[in-house]
Write a protein of this length. Sequence first.
Lengths: 197, 584
Amino acid sequence: MKKMPNVTNILLVGVGGQGTILAGKILAQVGLAQGLDVKMSEIHGMAQRGGSVVTQVRMGEQVFSPLIEPGEADFLVAFEKLEAYRWAQMLRPAGTVIINDQRIDPLPVLVGAAVYPPDIVPALKARFSPVLLAPAQTLAGRAGSEKAANVVLMGMLAAGMTIPLTIWQEALAAVIPPKLLAINRRAFAAGLETFGN
Amino acid sequence: MRTLLTGNEAIARGAYEYGVKVATAYPGTPSTEILENIAKCSEIHSQWSPNEKVALEVGLGAAIAGARVLVAMKHVGVNVAADPLFTAAYTGVRGGLVLVSTDDPGMHSSQNEQDNRHYAPFAKIPMLEPADSQQAKDMVGLALEISETFDTPVLLRLTTRVSHSRSLVNLGEPGERAVKPYQKDVAKYVMLPAYGRQRRLFIAERDKRLQAFAENTPVNRIEPGDQAFGIITSGISYLYAREAWPEATILHLGMTHPLPSQMIREFAGQVGRLFVVEELEPYLENQIKAMGLPVTGKQIFPAYGELSVTLVKERIAGALGRETAGREAEPRPFEAPGRPPVMCPGCPHRGLFYVLRQLKLTVTGDIGCYTLGALPPLAVLDTCICMGASISGALGMEKGNPGLARRLVAVIGDSTFLHSGITGLMDIVYNGGTATVIILDNGTTAMTGHQDHPGTGRTLTGQPAYKVDFVALAKSLGVKRVTEVDPFDLPKVKEVVSREIAVPEPSVIIARRPCALLVKTPESPVVVAGCNACKACLRLGCPALSFPEGAGSVEVNPALCTGCGVCTKVCKFGALRKAGEENA
Ligand code: SF4
Ligand code: SF4
């Protein structure tokens, strides 16, 4: 299928309540700061009660649909490992996968009706490159609050994209409330450093 | 200034910019954030009404009084509000009245996926459909203008993807919030049959004028391109079609009732084959076919679920006999287990449902977080239809099959009970029903994100209000047996439920505990010692409890557990204990 020229597609997936929407807002701001058209799509309602959730961000000269088509995501940022695997079919073949090394068992696993797959990361590494994995929670905790795990993941994403860091810094300042900004800047730096930038 | 807004935020911004003075709603996904955002604007009176019918009636009253009004609800809410809507189409308005309906194709958070576009021709009111947030904002202004010019309510129809997608919006300055002078006008606002008949003729004439307007409004427009084929589309489907076929000629309809038939005819004459791209029902397609124009639509597209760029690309290419580079789905080494939504750890509904399951009762359910009690492992509900149907449905089950009577309970949330459970309860008393009604009072409208209602003692804007007394209310309807219980006290819950279902008269149990997400300081997590591996507690379906393979003991996730203690009452071996009671 012909791809819209110059549109970057980023899929943020996780479990309801993990903060994918805030991360999406930072990303959208990064797009706007580059003078790009941006669309973002989010999930509210029933799925937010611990279900699988997805936030989609698209940026480019002109973006029509707010949704990413299967096989067209350039980046997959997974806030949880199983969700990385679930949504991987949305990636294009050379897509980048960024994973928070966290396991949250869904209810069927908790009650013993299903098994949490043990080989998620190797399965993803066999198909995609790069696959970046880091304990975002722990890194965020060190930066001052585990809640900033979503911003650690944005730091990891920034390492995988070629967008000037000043733009990311501006986006953080635009989206994060001032009193939490210092913690989140540290969280972002921690994510970025994980991949040697 | 340009900023990124969701469709719902853009609607709220439109209300602010285009002089809305009164805004009403009942929360429902995907419409909820419209009023939550309007409430930030102190110049607008905004309120949650107990249900959508009341919301629209309040709105119509305000419009008759001369104010500009916006009323918002999810698609099924319009069913509740249909009664005033169909007659508001007759009375018309003084100040502009726009009814926002947010449909949910694909049923992300709904019990059905009805296509509310049909309401516009059915009620005989004009309809606008935005594709993105800019249009959503602009169309609030256009809808109010149409409403006042043509003396009619206007339906503004969004879908989940429009409501919950962010796109760039140009912000404007707020206009005047003027109120038109009030004048009594009996023939217009008192719908006696004689006056109604006059207004029916007015509608026939109004339809003609609206038809002419539709031919010329800039929200209906042709985007020229390759004329081998043409696409007629509206709403979010326009964006899918535009992206799928960048070179195509497209007729993008922003006003979809009445349709601009002249324009459609001309468009059909300009292009080769004609396609209609629309989600859900063949709404546009059937009307275009009725004009005698050959068109391809639902023959190649599903009449359910959502469309996508890929679907629009592939199906039209297929119909044209063109090749598309279809992607083979890559084989996956294993399947990912599902992650269904679940009730939160510490949810007050969990223990109560556990008891209902133990007692093997027939349970009519309702709309809210507690609908999740239908899923395993609790799997306790027998029905869930619409707001309020738990109570009236229980009466029907009892009358239809008296054998069910002594093991029948209805469960309904506090907000849902006030929305449309009261009349059902009145009916149980009036018609000699004996079912037990359990009101799950968690002090909020939880599922949609914790909105206030007349039972919380607070309004949308945070003002204190009278708090409905559920006990007094049930008693005044004639229910003599009303019991309050703490849903965390499982032995008590079991005792009360067993007692009340056995009694051959109506009874109400109020299970009262705040929603776990509203409890700011949860108790310490429970601790495990001496687990017998019977796994009985796992039947609670609490996300904080697990039994890892090979562990030999249940585990509590201290990051999730709220210390509600429900599991401690389920464990027969005393292996789960509240913190501080380990040695009890
Ligand atoms: S939001 Fe409240 S009512 Fe809903 S599942 Fe969670 S605790 Fe229960
Ligand atoms: S583990 Fe037990 S105490 Fe903790 S939230 Fe779940 S049911 Fe309540």
